[in-house]
Design a protein around this ligand. Structure first.
Ligand code: ADP
Ligand code: MG
Length: 385
């Protein structure tokens, strides 16, 4: 990457006012819990999306992405639900949402460059939104980066951009991670209250590594299935007479399952309730330095997502099994499922073996080679220059 500032000069003929960046994220545990008012536990990745930006005094957006390989012009006045289509929705949508929230924002010239894998379940979309949102905050004097409360407000604008303008149904985890995570910590986010806690996450201190594997699989059913799961959870909650499945606790689970009318909502509910409990247990285990227990919780999470929630796929299962066969304490799919990435918790000495085992298992099945890389917990969105 030569840096988006140089590219900006080439694309727009002048230097940017500054460069802002925001990280991708990987969720350690707590999958499909965010829209159930549950708990999630992401870390910010070192991989980031960078946005070189100059403010404008009119409503024009001139947007260039190195990854998209194009420059697109959008009139901010035309932005709204469903418009524009394509990648520019994630950028224009943030400015639209900030305006909707009452902030005075104008057009911008934006050049985007990123090393977050796109479409791998590592949240390149939120990284893009939050890098642009951070730039808008500083350039238009919105003061949305100075405190966690302000950052949470910016996160909500980025969620609106993704849900309403880009039309992608997601919970709030990705944008919160990109704006609120801290270096060396995982972010425990309570999606019911918005409360956050920073949980120390330094695997190197005990000689361990978190290996992310981008399976490069992406199954077409993805979007419809996500909506179906959300609706199933809402239906189960309403059958149980609760506002969300968060209100069912682990002790009350069996009684709740007995009250549900069929097997499918029972299985979905079992996943959500046990997964939320596993997030709390993971936080305790991390604090106690009990990585064997974290590994056990990863395994249980994967089994629950595969068998009860039915959002895994062959590539995710094979990556998890191969890593565990090569010495992982535990591994699990991460992100929405039906493709994307898995995470494996490994002793340092087993990383190469695990990477090789996953690659060999994919090659044996004739699948495209996966990409595996070790990750550590990085910082949230910031101004770089
Ligand atoms: P994920 O967030 O897991 O990477 P999504 O499907 O949510 O996957 O978001 C990917 C989309 O975000 C891309 O298809 C593209 O529209 C947009 N996007 C992300 N990063 C970039 C980028 N660097 N340049 C242009 N568009 C991007
Ligand atoms: Mg995304």
């Amino acid at each position: 990457m030569t840096g988006p500032a140089t590219t900006h000069r080439d694309a727009f003929g002048s230097d940017p006012e500054g460069v802002w960046s925001a990280p991708g994220r990987v969720n350690l545990i707590g999958e499909h819990t965010d829209y159930n008012d549950g708990l999630v536990l992401p870390i910010a990745l070192r991989q980031r999306t960078r946005a070189a930006v100059s403010p404008r005094t009119d409503d024009l957006l001139r947007l260039h992405s190195v990854q998209a390989g194009e420059t697109v012009e959008v009139d901010l006045g035309t932005v709204g639900p469903g418009t524009p289509a394509g990648w520019t929705a994630y950028v224009a949508g943030v400015l639209w949402a900030l305006r909707e929230d009452g902030f005075a924002v104008r057009g911008m010239d934006v050049t985007v460059d990123s090393d977050v894998p796109v479409g791998a379940g590592l949240s390149s979309s939120a990284a893009l939104e939050c890098a642009v949102g951070a730039a808008a905050s500083d350039l238009f004097g919105l003061d949305l980066l100075g405190s966690d409360e302000a950052r949470a407000r910016l996160a909500r604008a980025c969620v609106r951009a993704e849900n309403e303008v880009a039309g992608a149904a997601t919970g709030g985890m990705d944008q919160s991670a990109a704006l609120l995570c801290r270096e060396g910590s995982a972010l425990l986010l309570d999606c019911r209250t918005g409360e956050t806690e920073h949980v120390p996450f330094d695997l190197a201190a005990t000689g361990h590594v978190l290996l992310v594997t981008d399976t490069r699989a992406s199954h077409a059913l993805n979007d419809g299935q996500y909506e179906k799961r959300r609706r199933a959870c809402e239906a189960a909650a309403s059958e149980l007479g609760v506002g969300s499945l968060r209100e069912v606790d682990a002790e009350g689970l069996d009684a709740a399952l007995d009250r549900l009318s069929s097997d499918e909502p029972r299985a979905r509910t079992r996943h959500v309730v046990t997964e939320i409990a596993r997030v709390s247990a993971t936080v305790s285990a991390l604090r106690a330095g009990d990585l064997d227990e974290v590994g056990r919780l990863f395994r249980a999470s994967h089994a629950s997502l595969r068998d009860d929630y039915e959002v895994s796929c062959d590539e995710l299962d094979v990556s998890v099994e191969a890593a565990e066969g090569a010495g992982a304490l535990g591994a699990r799919m991460t992100g929405g499922g039906f493709g994307g990435s898995s995470v494996a918790l490994l002793p340092e000495g087993s990383v190469e073996a695990a990477r090789d085992a996953v690659a060999a298992a994919f090659a044996a099945r004739g699948w495209e080679a996966p990409r595996s890389f070790a990750v550590t917990a990085g910082p949230a969105a910031s101004r770089d220059t």
